[in-house]
Design a protein around this ligand. Structure first.
Ligand SMILES: [Zn+2]
Length: 204
């Protein structure tokens, strides 16, 4: 059931909400040119891959989706709308701007709904858990909660956009010098691009 696109992607956001935003890829500016979430099963596979669901929960959700494909499709559509909103919200912060009042109100509503379906459980410490939320919207809950957490506790000044693609990440480097989503992908590509540009430049 899992699509190759979902399990091949790098989780580089440092936060579940940013990793969710990063399921769309493309150049740093302009519209995205690829999306790994093309069906509800992709959403479940991604959430499992990102560690937001257990294997058993993922299996249950796949079954629920097969039983009610219409509702699964509607849940995917809603999740993609939320992703677009989170994208705009965190991209605004990454570029030194501020999210709109509307974006904040939407996140408040989504977080209220997510918490409304959570339970407080003790496992080492107390934490919200959606283990018993048997609804198709289950994959989205921890994403929304992570977004609200990042927005309210930060570090907002460490949210950045990759210099060579549209991925967002939390820069956890000591001297805040991270520029790429990953050195293996964009860092290397950018280095090669600069090298080629240098070589192509006339010597005088
Ligand atoms: Zn990148």
């Amino acid at each position: 059931m899992e699509t190759a696109g979902v399990t091949r992607m790098r989780l580089v956001g440092g936060n579940l909400a940013l990793d969710f935003v990063n399921t769309r890829s493309g150049p740093p500016a302009g519209p995205p040119d690829d999306d790994v979430l093309t069906g509800y099963p992709d959403l479940v596979a991604w959430a499992r891959y990102a560690g937001a669901l257990t294997e058993a929960e993922a299996a249950t959700l796949h079954r629920l989706a097969r039983d009610d494909p219409g509702r699964a499709q509607a849940t995917l559509a809603r999740s993609l709308r939320t992703r677009k909103q989170l994208d705009e919200l965190f991209r605004a912060l990454a570029t030194g701007g501020r999210p709109s009042a509307r974006a904040l109100a939407r996140l408040r509503d989504d977080e209220a709904e997510a918490i409304g379906h959570a339970q407080l459980e003790h496992e080492g410490g107390y934490a919200w858990s959606w283990r018993h939320d048997g609804s198709l919207a289950r994959p989205l809950r921890p994403v929304v909660h992570a977004a609200a957490g990042l927005l309210t506790t930060g570090p907002l000044d460490r949210i950045k956009g990759c210099g060579a693609c549209r991925f967002l990440f939390v820069d956890e480097s000591k001297n805040r010098s991270r520029r790429w989503c990953s050195m293996e992908d964009c860092g290397t590509t950018e280095k090669i691009r600069r090298y080629v540009a240098r070589r192509a430049r006339p010597t005088r």
